[in-house]
Design a protein around this ligand. Structure first.
Ligand code: ATP
Ligand code: MG
Length: 356
């Protein structure tokens, strides 16, 4: 397919293959991706390079093949249609690393040091501030390269990384100002559940967002029993410092708005027990998860299908990225400089019978 085959605006978003996808992904970004498939040309990145920002150790790299496969399986099971969307592996698109180098020259280090989510990621990965790598600090720059390589304008993400999309937009503006219009400006899109809290499993608990790395997650592939057990770790009476109840946050995320409001009111009035509140929320979660589980087991049993989806998508993403990189190098003058050097050697190359 040619790069400009579609006239639809582009969407790019994705996930780090640090584990399978969870309910936070579903309501934070994944459902928005599925809804946008007909209005946007969608690029869904499986961001394996981004896992290196907090998990560069060999044992984590050894987990990548399984995690990448899990993420692709989750994406397609949740409704991403590989015939419409490009699901691709970040490390399989080297032009993005080149673009990232160019972009890294256009942002002050201080801007990145101010981003709170990077410190939160370091904490989640049990890294001290001193142990934060250059790669983690530059995470939003590589992310900007992902977004800009696809010339995406819409980026559905959770609130934790909203500021990274600001960085991508700032970088696009600086680049366009310096070298001419190459990039459209990307915009984050938050869902009505921009942060789903975790459950009381793993180290994160309900006090932080549901996260793969913290283990406080209900995974899309969890069995019905596991989902119920995990949800019931949340005490219905629990309230955070801001007065918010984590269980009611789940009600708002998974029940219809009116039903969630009724549940909150009736629970506060003592008309609904904690156990009934758990049950109501579980029923709504299951209505979302059951079809995903079913589709997952069908896809999983088709040998090579998940791999084919990823390979096809990655080859397509490479074409798009190479085109963008060519445009970037042309705008910056690297292409014409290289051509001029090659042209200047042409007589000598002919004489040596080694034309370039
Ligand atoms: P990790 O702990 O490895 O960082 P994660 O659970 O944070 O994993 P990511 O792959 O980093 O998941 O995030 C993928 C996308 O899902 C991002 O857009 C992110 O903002 C969104 N997201 C992740 N967790 C949540 C959540 N709990 N609520 C809403 N959105 C979320
Ligand atoms: Mg994350």
């Amino acid at each position: 397919m040619a790069d400009n085959a579609s006239s639809k605006p582009r969407l790019l978003t994705g996930d780090r293959p640090t584990g399978p996808l969870h309910l936070g992904h579903l309501v934070g970004s994944l459902e928005a991706r599925v809804e946008s498939q007909d209005t946007h040309e969608c690029f869904i990145i499986v961001a394996d390079l981004h896992t290196l920002t907090t998990r560069p150790q060999k044992q984590f790299l050894d987990d990548l093949p399984r995690n990448v496969r899990d993420v692709v399986l989750d994406l397609v099971s949740a409704g991403i249609d590989p015939a419409k969307a490009t699901i691709y592996l970040q490390s399989g698109v080297p032009a993005v690393y080149d673009l990232s180098v160019f972009l890294s020259m256009l942002i002050p280090k201080r801007r990145l040091e101010q981003i709170k989510s990077l410190k939160a990621m370091a904490v989640a990965a049990q890294l001290t501030e001193d142990a934060m790598t250059l790669g983690l600090l530059a995470y939003p720059v590589l992310q900007a390269a992902d977004i800009l390589m696809a010339r995406a304008t819409l980026v559905p993400v959770g609130q934790d990384i909203e500021e990274h999309i600001d960085v991508a937009r700032e970088l696009a503006m600086v680049f366009n100002d310096l070298y001419g219009e190459v990039f459209p400006l990307p915009q984050a899109k938050l869902s009505r559940t921009p942060i789903l809290p975790g459950v009381n499993v793993g180290v994160g608990g309900t006090g932080t967002k549901m996260s793969k790395s913290l283990g406080n997650a209900i995974y899309l592939k969890d069995s019905k029993v596991d989902v119920a057990d995990k949800l019931r770790t949340i005490d219905p009476d629990e309230k955070h410092a801001d007065g918010q109840s984590p269980l009611l946050a789940y009600a708002r995320a998974f029940c219809a708005p009116e039903a969630a409001a009724d549940l909150a009111r009736d629970f506060d009035a003592g008309k609904v027990t904690g156990s009934a509140l758990h049950d109501a929320v579980l029923q709504s979660i299951e209505a979302r998860l059951e079809p995903i589980r079913q589709r997952r087991s069908e896809l999983d049993s088709e040998t090579g299908l998940v791999e084919e989806i990823l390979v096809d998508g990655t080859i397509r993403a490479r074409t798009v990225a190479n085109r963008t990189l060519q445009d970037v190098r042309t705008a910056m003058g690297f292409e014409s400089m290289w051509s001029a050097f090659v042209d200047a050697t042409s007589e000598r190359a002919k004489a040596r019978k080694r034309p370039y």
